[in-house]
Design a protein around this ligand. Structure first.
Ligand code: HXC
Length: 259
């Protein structure tokens, strides 16, 4: 691949910003350069008013096989700390628009962590999920032990983190790790369709809905309920609240302004 070939391709499909991880020869290993391009792409779509939702995907064979092992193999602890590599993942948390991971093939290590950091996961039938870091003498470092455990519970998370248990797409669906499993040749279309449907909804309500759901993972129930209520009241300051309720009462489709 030439030096100028992007490691992440950007395409717009209607109101959806698509980001394709584009280093298939290295199984989309998340090198610092690839991860930086991905996060720049996310920030760009997040700032683009023509975009209402974002999809991240890889290829039909691999979503991402994790951090670039070659790049990390000789690093010291201080190298890892100062490089800011793992901190790059935090930029995904700053994205206000919904982010859907469309996963086919391998989602391993940091690749799985990347998918779990998204808001919705659409899995192809051939998707496989795992945290194989234990084989390298380390553990997940980009949220794997935390997001996985919150989703599937302690016991399965232990088996996955301590003994490299991998999940098929069907198993992932059973354990609540993915929203849906679709035939492999349709996974990207399905993810784009879902993203487009969300992108056509009232943008401020979508943004605050995402914020409220994420807050549930960070707070007590009382704090979360109070937070939700404030966001709910806030939406009555938007033109789209008037529009949505007027459209319902007059049996017409709403025309959202994003205001
Ligand atoms: C660098 C990688 C890579 C990775 C694959 N490759 N994964 N290079 N980093 N994570 C490269 C291989 O070295 C090989 O290069 C080529 O991609 C194809 O890989 P093969 O192993 O030959 O293919 P296959 O037998 O089909 O197996 C596919 C695979 C396997 C199951 C995905 O490659 C694999 O297990 N990869 C490692 C997965 C892993 O341990 N991930 C966790 C990384 S640590 P050549 O040059 O030989 O063709 C991590 C920590 C995150 O993610 C912490 C926070 C960020």
């Amino acid at each position: 691949m030439s030096e100028n070939t992007p490691l992440v391709l950007r395409e717009r499909h209607g109101r959806v910003g698509l980001l394709r991880l584009n280093n298939p020869k290295a199984y989309n290993a998340l090198s610092p350069a690839l991860l930086r391009e991905l996060m720049d792409g996310l920030a760009a779509w997040d700032a683009d008013e023509a975009v209402g939702a974002i999809v991240i995907t890889g290829t039909e064979r691999v979503f991402a096989a994790g951090a670039d092992i070659k790049a990390m193999s000789q690093a010291s602890a201080v190298d890892m700390l100062l490089s800011g590599y793992v901190d790059l993942f935090d930029r995904l948390r700053q994205v206000h628009k919904p982010v859907i991971a469309a996963v086919a093939g391998w989602a391993l290590g940091g690749g799985f962590e990347l998918a779990m950091a998204c808001d919705i996961i659409v899995a192809a039938e051939n998707a496989r999920f795992g945290q194989p870091e234990i084989n390298l003498g380390v553990i997940p470092g980009a949220g794997g032990t935390q997001r996985l455990t919150r989703t599937v519970g302690k016991y399965l998370a232990m088996e996955m983190v301590l003994n490299d248990r991998r999940l098929t797409a069907e198993e992932a669906a059973r354990f609540g790790l993915v929203n849906r499993v679709v035939p492999t040749e349709q996974y990207l279309d399905e993810a784009l369709k879902l993203a487009q449907a969300i992108a056509e909804r009232a943008p401020v309500a979508v943004r605050l809905g995402k914020e409220a759901v994420n807050y549930a993972l960070e707070s007590t129930l009382s704090a979360g309920l109070a937070y939700e209520r404030r966001l709910f009241y806030l939406l009555f300051a938007t033109e789209d609240q008037r529009e949505g309720m007027d459209a319902f009462l007059n049996k017409r489709s709403p025309a959202w302004k994003g205001r």
